[in-house]
Design a protein around this ligand. Sequence first.
Ligand code: HEC
Length: 97
Amino acid sequence: MKKIYELIVCVIIIPFFLTPVLAIDLENGKTLHDENCLRCHNESKYIREDRMIKNFQQLHERIKQCELMAELTWFDEEIDDVAAYLNDQFYYFNLEK
Ligand code: HEC
Protein backbone atom coordinates (compact mmCIF):
# COMPACT_ATOMS: atom_id res chain seq x y z
CA MET A 1 0.00 0.00 0.00
CA LYS A 2 2.80 2.38 0.95
CA LYS A 3 4.49 1.70 -2.39
CA ILE A 4 1.42 2.76 -4.27
CA TYR A 5 1.26 5.93 -2.28
CA GLU A 6 4.91 6.69 -3.07
CA LEU A 7 4.28 6.04 -6.73
CA ILE A 8 1.40 8.47 -6.73
CA VAL A 9 3.59 11.10 -5.11
CA CYS A 10 6.26 10.61 -7.78
CA VAL A 11 4.06 10.42 -10.82
CA ILE A 12 1.43 13.01 -10.04
CA ILE A 13 2.56 15.42 -7.39
CA ILE A 14 6.22 16.05 -8.21
CA PRO A 15 5.69 16.95 -11.88
CA PHE A 16 2.93 19.29 -10.72
CA PHE A 17 5.52 21.30 -8.80
CA LEU A 18 8.01 21.27 -11.66
CA THR A 19 5.58 22.37 -14.33
CA PRO A 20 5.83 26.16 -13.86
CA VAL A 21 9.58 25.97 -14.41
CA LEU A 22 9.42 23.64 -17.36
CA ALA A 23 6.56 25.54 -18.95
CA ILE A 24 8.70 28.58 -19.74
CA ASP A 25 9.34 28.58 -23.46
CA LEU A 26 11.96 31.07 -24.68
CA GLU A 27 11.37 30.25 -28.34
CA ASN A 28 7.69 30.97 -27.94
CA GLY A 29 8.59 34.19 -26.12
CA LYS A 30 10.77 35.28 -29.03
CA THR A 31 8.11 34.49 -31.60
CA LEU A 32 5.41 36.32 -29.66
CA HIS A 33 7.70 39.28 -29.13
CA ASP A 34 8.94 39.55 -32.70
CA GLU A 35 5.45 39.28 -34.13
CA ASN A 36 3.72 41.69 -31.77
CA CYS A 37 6.08 43.99 -29.93
CA LEU A 38 8.17 45.76 -32.51
CA ARG A 39 5.43 48.08 -33.72
CA CYS A 40 6.11 50.98 -31.31
CA HIS A 41 9.72 50.38 -30.34
CA ASN A 42 12.53 48.12 -31.30
CA GLU A 43 14.94 46.17 -29.14
CA SER A 44 17.20 49.17 -28.56
CA LYS A 45 14.63 50.26 -25.94
CA TYR A 46 15.74 47.37 -23.76
CA ILE A 47 19.45 48.05 -23.95
CA ARG A 48 19.56 51.86 -23.83
CA GLU A 49 21.55 53.28 -20.96
CA ASP A 50 18.68 54.92 -19.08
CA ARG A 51 16.21 52.08 -19.49
CA MET A 52 13.32 52.14 -17.03
CA ILE A 53 13.25 48.54 -15.96
CA LYS A 54 15.29 47.72 -12.86
CA ASN A 55 14.14 44.26 -11.87
CA PHE A 56 12.26 41.26 -13.18
CA GLN A 57 9.00 42.27 -11.54
CA GLN A 58 9.07 45.63 -13.30
CA LEU A 59 9.85 43.87 -16.55
CA HIS A 60 6.83 41.62 -16.11
CA GLU A 61 4.59 44.59 -15.24
CA ARG A 62 5.86 46.61 -18.21
CA ILE A 63 5.17 43.78 -20.63
CA LYS A 64 1.65 43.53 -19.26
CA GLN A 65 1.13 47.27 -19.83
CA CYS A 66 2.57 47.18 -23.32
CA GLU A 67 0.57 44.08 -24.09
CA LEU A 68 -2.63 45.89 -23.04
CA MET A 69 -1.68 48.93 -25.12
CA ALA A 70 -1.16 46.66 -28.09
CA GLU A 71 -4.59 45.07 -27.42
CA LEU A 72 -3.18 41.58 -27.51
CA THR A 73 -5.06 39.86 -24.62
CA TRP A 74 -2.28 37.38 -23.90
CA PHE A 75 -2.50 34.65 -21.29
CA ASP A 76 -0.26 34.95 -18.23
CA GLU A 77 1.85 32.11 -19.64
CA GLU A 78 2.54 34.11 -22.78
CA ILE A 79 3.60 37.13 -20.76
CA ASP A 80 5.84 34.81 -18.71
CA ASP A 81 7.46 33.49 -21.90
CA VAL A 82 8.13 36.96 -23.28
CA ALA A 83 9.45 38.15 -19.89
CA ALA A 84 11.79 35.17 -19.78
CA TYR A 85 12.91 35.79 -23.35
CA LEU A 86 13.62 39.50 -22.80
CA ASN A 87 15.43 38.70 -19.58
CA ASP A 88 17.50 36.02 -21.29
CA GLN A 89 18.45 38.30 -24.20
CA PHE A 90 18.59 41.84 -22.82
CA TYR A 91 18.05 42.34 -19.09
CA TYR A 92 19.92 39.53 -17.32
CA PHE A 93 18.15 39.86 -13.96
CA ASN A 94 19.06 37.14 -11.54
CA LEU A 95 15.94 35.06 -10.92
CA GLU A 96 17.47 32.85 -8.23
CA LYS A 97 16.61 35.24 -5.41
C1 HEC B 1 1.35 50.73 -28.47
C2 HEC B 1 2.79 50.90 -28.54
C3 HEC B 1 3.62 49.78 -27.85
C4 HEC B 1 3.58 48.45 -28.13
C5 HEC B 1 2.76 47.72 -29.20
C6 HEC B 1 4.52 47.83 -27.24
N1 HEC B 1 5.14 48.77 -26.46
FE1 HEC B 1 6.62 48.45 -25.07
N2 HEC B 1 6.74 50.41 -24.71
C7 HEC B 1 5.91 51.38 -25.25
C8 HEC B 1 6.23 52.66 -24.67
C9 HEC B 1 5.55 53.99 -25.01
C10 HEC B 1 7.28 52.44 -23.74
C11 HEC B 1 7.95 53.46 -22.84
C12 HEC B 1 9.04 54.10 -23.60
C13 HEC B 1 9.77 55.15 -22.82
O1 HEC B 1 9.32 55.58 -21.76
O2 HEC B 1 10.83 55.54 -23.28
C14 HEC B 1 7.58 51.02 -23.79
C15 HEC B 1 8.56 50.41 -23.06
C16 HEC B 1 8.78 49.06 -22.99
C17 HEC B 1 9.74 48.41 -22.12
C18 HEC B 1 10.67 49.07 -21.14
C19 HEC B 1 12.02 49.41 -21.77
C20 HEC B 1 12.98 49.91 -20.73
O3 HEC B 1 13.10 51.13 -20.56
O4 HEC B 1 13.64 49.08 -20.07
C21 HEC B 1 9.61 47.07 -22.34
C22 HEC B 1 10.37 45.95 -21.67
C23 HEC B 1 8.58 46.88 -23.34
N3 HEC B 1 8.11 48.10 -23.73
C24 HEC B 1 8.16 45.65 -23.82
C25 HEC B 1 7.16 45.49 -24.77
C26 HEC B 1 6.66 44.21 -25.18
C27 HEC B 1 7.14 42.88 -24.65
C28 HEC B 1 5.70 44.44 -26.12
C29 HEC B 1 4.82 43.39 -26.82
C30 HEC B 1 3.78 42.88 -25.97
C31 HEC B 1 5.60 45.87 -26.31
N4 HEC B 1 6.51 46.47 -25.46
C32 HEC B 1 4.75 46.47 -27.20
C33 HEC B 1 4.96 51.19 -26.24
C34 HEC B 1 4.60 49.99 -26.80
